[in-house]
Design a binder for this molecule. Structure first.
Ligand code: SF4
Length: 76
């Protein structure tokens, strides 16, 4: 399986990724709204039931379903 993306990853830091969306720094990322997470993001490649899945912004890594980053986009 692919390695989990860590918050210490430079790309994760650049995009404001948090493995737990509720820990998102709302001062730095005011567009974050409660309820947003990778599961509800259009870019998440896993299933809704998957704890983690791929994201094209973090090639080769798995993002947490409960995670969030500043590139979050509402699933259609
Ligand atoms: Fe999660 Fe979407 Fe950000 Fe990828 S783009 S890390 S799926 S919020």
């Amino acid at each position: 399986a692919q390695a989990a993306l860590t918050e210490a990853d430079p790309q994760a830091k650049a995009l404001g990724y948090f493995a737990d969306a509720t820990k998102t720094d709302k001062t730095k990322y005011p567009k974050y709204a409660a309820g947003q997470n990778c599961h509800s993001c259009a870019l998440f490649q896993g299933k809704a039931s998957d704890a983690a899945g791929g994201c094209p912004l973090f090639a080769g890594k798995q993002v947490a379903g409960k995670g969030w980053c500043s590139a979050w986009a509402k699933k259609a």
